[in-house]
Each structure stands twice: as structure tokens, then as C-alpha cells.
Design a protein. Structure first.
Ligand code: FAD
Length: 611
């Protein structure tokens, strides 16, 4: 029996002794009672991300059209603004609103999760008495030096110093420990467990400082556990490129945009080996949100899929170093601190890295900004005709009970496709457009290791794993700041990341694949994931150096059934995000983008539209 710490949730059931399912003090006014002082979701392990208990009400609303939530308690709370969704976009909307209208304006943020931040999720693992911090979703600020002035000002106001990452991120870490990009082939799919010192693709290149491949293409092809013909084909792909296409130069660009990467592999390079095709399919991981079989040659080339020369992922002014130890949760926490100054100690985002947030202080009636967690909004409605209404009612479910609050305006910063199921009276065209928006599933699993000797012995900074659920395993980013020290030696505890971009049936349209993969993901239990992680790590690491039960201290499986925004067809994203009376629409989805900077900009736009 495993000794893995998932002490808090097992498939959605809070099992800590003496704890109730919901961490509110028992009271007839449960929802306005404070959270327990011990309430601290970042330290929970097990199934995280969109954790069990967070999405059932929204799914009931969308899937079964549920409208009867029992009797509703009107809390007689009136706000200037209610924000639905406490991710970076919703938190930013609250910030912009108070910036523009005054910090005395009353704002309530409602979120269905047990933590704030949405995709920007902090994971803490306690290993051998040490707290290791990691990220369960939104990872880094991408190219922040290209950010709009509005975003830069927000970051400055909440105490994010972008220059600080130049020294906080230890660029030499991978060199010092000789860690690079490798590929793990598993026995089940490739016939033997084998690690080859080559990534066969560009994906790991986004990790700043990571060492390059240690083998030539010839050696890498030779060492891959494939048949002789498979090895030959792999080498042909590695030596391939656009020069292999018999297309006139002036037509090449158009050709690569209109022809499939997999047709190029099969027809131009003569690949039919299932192992090579599998490596190719998984070589873009989440960069296109689907397997590369749906990509054009141009798209596969731009993400450096199998056989394309490495390309720079980010420009020189924007190295991929803008990463708090908890990823963009560091930004979310800084926003929350700005909104509710008493919630934690610290004068800058850096000083908040180790701060223990007082969740019991998030929803105090004395705050001008309040955050109410575990609260799924199921109905938002203008009390009068939308154009003239100055009163919007917001119904939400908390601990299976229905509550109502009122606001002068509402920003919907939640997943956009749920909005037509929640907002009453939306124009037909807008409602239809919102229903067309989509998101791809994604999973970030964080694993607390008591030591990382096995990673070091194999020189693994990033291990592409085309045969596994988690297509890559990587060291966490080497960032030390605010008193937090990244792991120094391989004898120390650390957190490794395992990333899974689940695909659907090969060749199916992307949305079909998203749907299939999403259902499959939500259908799995923690034990299924633990089993998969056990077999992945045990197959990859040398037996003498790694013992799963001995070396793995804790696992957090952050499942994002609705992960990257994928937008909708044609003009539907723009049509969908139009203001509707006193209700406006934010979230990354409203720009069909998956970027924290855009999430902020969408919060800004939505607040401006409210006037
Ligand atoms: C695994 C992963 C990694 C990523 N990595 C990066 C990265 O490195 N850099 C980057 O810039 N971006 C990254 N992103 C993109 C990420 O989406 C954005 O950075 C940003 O965090 C999105 O913020 P948001 O507020 O728009 O949406 P979200 O974070 O999704 O927040 C929306 C919130 O609304 C809640 N909600 C939904 N419905 C309801 C309801 N009915 N009632 C109440 N609340 C509701 C949701 O549950 C969620 O908490 C990543 C995304 C994922 C999934």
C-alpha cells in the first residue's frame, strides 16, 4: 500500500480527522462566517486543479439545465461590483475597478474553487519537514517586457519587480548539475524502458539554462528502441526539413500552411513506423493543444516538432525566467494582497513568497474587497430591463445551499462558455457565440521527491515521455526568492513537474479530441494517477536509485478540464464578449488567449465597459 501523502482529499472526500466537508464554522449564516483559521488550500495534495466539489454545480447547470437549487437566502449584501471568477482576470478586474472608482468601492469576488487564482494555483509539498513550493497551473509571465503599459502598471502596483527574476532564476543550475533534455521510452509502448540523451524535439528549449542534447542525430536514432527500419526512418526525419519538399521556393510558405505535417512525414519522408509516428504526435506536447497530426507543416515547424531544427522559443529581451516559485499564483497572491491588505504580511510580491495567507480574512464584512471561495455562481440576472437596470442579482451555491447577493455591475471573469447557462436574457446571437467557445484539457502533476538523485544520475532536466500519460517530466524552475531557496543538491527534497496534454482519438477533429480527453480525465480517480506515476517514474529511473514508496512523499494532480482557451470559430469570441446591460465579460477566453497578461487586459476592458 502506498504511503503517498494525499492526506486531505481522497477523490473529493475531506478525510482529515474532525474536519467537515466544508470548512466554514457551523452557523445559521454559514456563508458569512469566517473560514477556519487552519484553512490553507495550497497545502492540500491529491486531486487538485479543478478539484472534486468545484465543478458539479456548474456542470449540473450546463448539462442538465438544473434551475431548482432549493430555497435561496437573500443575504441582503449589496456591492458596487461582483466578479464571477477569482482567477487572474477576475482579480485584475477587481483591482482596476477600485483603482478607477476608489478603494472604498465594495467588491465581491465569487469563485467555485477552494482557493483563489483560478489556473494560477499554488501547490505546497511538505517533504521531510521542508515546505517545497510549486505551481499547479499558470506557470510564468510570458514575455512580460512586451506587456501593455496597463499590465506593467498593475504589476508595479502589486509589487512585482520583473528585474528581480534576472538573479532569482538560477540560469546556471542545469549546467552545474549537468541536466539536459532526454527522452524516456517506456516498455509498454516501445518494448523496453530506456532513457536516451536526446529530446528529439524542440519542446524542452523553453526551459532557460537547460543543457542541449548530448548525442548527435545519428547516435540518437541508433539508440532509440525501434526496429532497424524505425531507426532509419527516425534519422530521416531528424535530418529532414523543408528542403525535402519538392515545391518551388515561392510556393513553399503557402504549401507548408496548407499541408499536414503527418502527410509530410508519411509521403515525403516515407515514415510508417508506429513508434516514430507516436514520437512525432507527442513532440509538440501542449504547444498546439492537440497532437501534431492535426498541425500543418508550418505549425509543426514553428513549435519544433520531431524533425524540425530547434527554434528560439522567446526573444532575447524576454528569457523565460519570470517565474515565482508558485508560478503565476505569485501574481494572484500579490493581487489579493493589494485588494485585501491585511490578508498577509509583505510589501512586495517577493516578500509574499513565503507568507502564509490568512484565508479567514478573505471574506470579512469589514473588507471593501471580499473573496468568497467554494461558491459556484448559477444565475446572474438584471432586476429591470438590462439597459436601465442598476441592480443585478447573483445567485450562487455554497455548501449545497443557494444564496443571493446584489450588485450595481457584474464582471463575468469565469470560463466564457458557461456564461449563457448563467446569465439570464442574453441576446440569442451572443449566447450562441459564447457556447461556441472552447478550452483544451491540461494536467500539471506535481510530485514531492525526498531527493532527486535519480534525476541527476540520468542528467534529466526535462524527460520527454512519448509513451506515457505525462508526456514530459521536468525539474521545477530553479528560482530562489523572498527567503525561499530552490533545492541545492540532489540529496535534498524537491518537486518535479509532470505535464500531460491529453489527446483524443488520433486524427479526430480537435474539439472532439478535447471533449473525449476531458471526460477521460475527469473519469479517473487518484489511484489511477498514482498508478500511472508509479509506473512512469519506476520505469524511467534506475532501480537502485529510486524506489517509489520510499522516495515519493506526495502527489498533487492538478487537472484542468478547461485549460487553455481555444476560442471559437470566426468572429464568435468578439461577439460573445459584448457587454450586456450592467454585465460585462472578462477572462482569457474573451480574447481566445492563454496568457496571464491577456487575462489582466480582459479584466481591464470589462471594467471600462461597465463605465
Ligand atoms: C496548466 C496551465 C498552464 C498555464 N501556463 C501559463 C503560463 O505559463 N503563462 C501564462 O501566461 N498563462 C498560462 N496559462 C493560461 C492561464 O489560463 C492564464 O495565465 C490565466 O491564469 C487565466 O486567468 P483567467 O482569470 O482568465 O482564467 P481562470 O484562471 O480560469 O479563472 C477563472 C475562474 O473562474 C472560475 N469559475 C468558472 N465558472 C464559475 C462559476 N460559475 N462561478 C464561480 N466561479 C467560476 C473558474 O473555476 C476559475 O477559478 C496556463 C493555463 C493552464 C491551464
Amino acid at each position: 500500500m502506498s504511503k503517498i501523502a494525499r492526506r486531505d482529499f481522497i477523490n473529493g472526500t475531506l478525510v482529515a480527522a474532525g474536519a467537515s466537508m466544508f470548512p466554514f464554522k457551523s452557523s445559521s449564516q454559514a456563508v458569512i462566517a469566517a473560514l477556519e483559521p487552519s484553512y490553507y488550500p495550497p497545502a492540500l495534495t491529491g486531486l487538485r486543479g479543478s478539484h472534486p466539489g468545484s465543478n458539479e454545480h456548474a456542470h449540473n447547470r450546463a448539462w442538465t439545465r438544473q434551475t431548482d437549487w432549493g430555497s435561496t437566502t437573500d443575504l441582503k449584501e449589496e456591492y458596487d461590483l461582483v466578479v464571477v471568477g477569482g482567477g487572474i482576470s477576475g482579480l485584475s478586474a477587481a483591482y482596476f475597478y477600485q483603482q478607477q472608482h476608489g478603494r472604498d468601492k465594495k467588491v465581491l469576488i465569487l469563485d467555485n474553487h477552494d482557493d483563489f487564482g483560478g489556473h494560477a494555483k499554488r501547490n505546497e509539498h511538505t517533504i521531510n519537514g521542508f515546505t517545497r513550493i510549486s505551481y499547479g497551473g499558470s506557470q510564468s509571465l510570458v514575455q512580460p517586457n512586451h506587456a501593455h503599459e496597463i499590465v506593467r502598471k498593475l504589476l508595479e502596483d502589486i509589487g512585482v519587480n520583473l528585474d528581480r527574476f534576472k538573479t532569482a532564476y538560477d540560469t546556471d543550475f542545469f549546467k552545474r548539475h549537468n541536466l539536459g533534455a532526454v527522452t524516456y521510452f517506456n516498455k509498454k509502448v516501445f518494448g523496453e524502458d530506456k532513457v536516451v540523451q536526446h529530446p528529439y524535439c524542440n519542446y524542452p528549449n523553453y526551459v532557460e539554462g537547460l543543457q542541449g542534447a548530448k548525442l548527435s542525430s545519428e547516435e540518437a536514432a541508433q539508440q532509440a528502441p525501434l526496429s532497424d527500419s524505425g531507426k532509419e526512418q527516425l534519422l530521416r526525419v531528424l535530418n529532414g526539413g523543408l528542403h525535402k519538399l519538392k515545391v518551388p521556393k515561392e510556393e513553399l510558405l503557402n504549401y507548408t500552411r496548407t499541408h499536414l505535417y503527418f502527410d509530410y512525414l508519411k509521403d515525403t519522408l516515407g515514415v510508417n513506423d508506429p513508434g516514430v509516428l507516436r514520437m512525432a504526435r507527442h513532440s509538440g506536447l501542449d504547444w498546439g493543444s492537440t497532437g501534431t497530426e492535426l498541425m500543418s507543416i508550418a505549425a509543426a515547424r514553428s513549435c519544433g516538432a520531431l524533425g524540425f531544427a530547434p527554434v528560439a522559443v522567446y526573444d532575447e529581451d524576454n528569457p523565460y525566467i519570470h517565474h515565482f516559485p508558485d508560478g503565476n499564483a505569485g501574481v494572484a497572491r500579490a493581487l489579493v494582497k493589494w485588494l485585501i491588505p491585511g490578508v498577509a504580511r509583505g510589501n512586495s510580491a517577493e516578500e509574499l513568497v513565503l507568507a502564509k495567507f490568512n484565508y479567514a480574512g478573505l471574506d470579512k464584512s469589514s473588507n471593501t474587497a471580499r473573496i468568497r471561495l467554494n461558491s459556484t455562481v448559477v444565475k446572474v440576472e438584471h432586476i429591470d430591463e438590462p439597459r436601465n437596470s442598476s441592480d443585478v442579482s447573483i445567485n450562487y451555491i455554497n455548501d449545497n445551499k443557494s444564496y443571493q447577493v446584489h450588485a450595481k455591475g457584474v464582471v463575468m471573469a469565469c470560463y466564457n462558455m458557461i456564461i449563457p447557462h448563467i446569465v439570464s436574457g442574453l441576446p440569442e446571437e451572443q449566447s450562441a457565440a459564447l457556447k461556441l467557445q472552447d478550452k483544451s484539457p491540461l494536467q500539471y502533476t506535481t510530485v514531492g521527491l525526498r531527493n532527486w538523485r535519480a534525476m541527476k544520475a540520468l542528467g534529466i532536466g526535462v524527460a520527454m515521455s512519448p509513451g506515457n500519460m505525462h508526456q514530459t517530466v521536468l525539474m521545477d524552475f530553479p528560482v530562489s526568492m523572498g527567503g525561499y531557496e530552490y533545492t541545492k543538491t540532489s540529496d535534498d527534497p524537491c518537486v518535479i513537474q509532470m505535464i500531460s496534454c491529453p489527446y483524443g482519438k488520433f486524427g479526430e477533429p480537435r474539439r472532439e479530441q478535447f471533449r473525449e480527453a476531458r471526460y477521460r480525465m475527469l473519469g479517473l480517480q487518484f489511484n489511477d494517477y498514482e498508478q500511472e506515476i508509479r509506473s512512469h517514474l519506476s520505469g524511467m529511473f534506475p532501480r537502485g536509485l529510486f524506489d517509489f514508496d520510499r522516495d515519493v512523499a506526495s502527489i498533487s494532480v492538478n487537472r484542468w478540464a478547461h485549460g487553455y482557451s481555444d476560442g471559437g470559430p470566426g468572429d464568435s469570441t468578439r461577439i460573445g464578449r459584448q457587454p450586456f446591460g450592467r454585465i460585462t465579460i472578462a477572462n482569457c477566453d474573451s480574447a481566445a488567449s492563454s496568457d496571464a497578461k491577456t487575462a489582466m487586459m480582459m479584466g481591464h476592458r470589462a471594467v471600462n465597459e461597465l463605465g
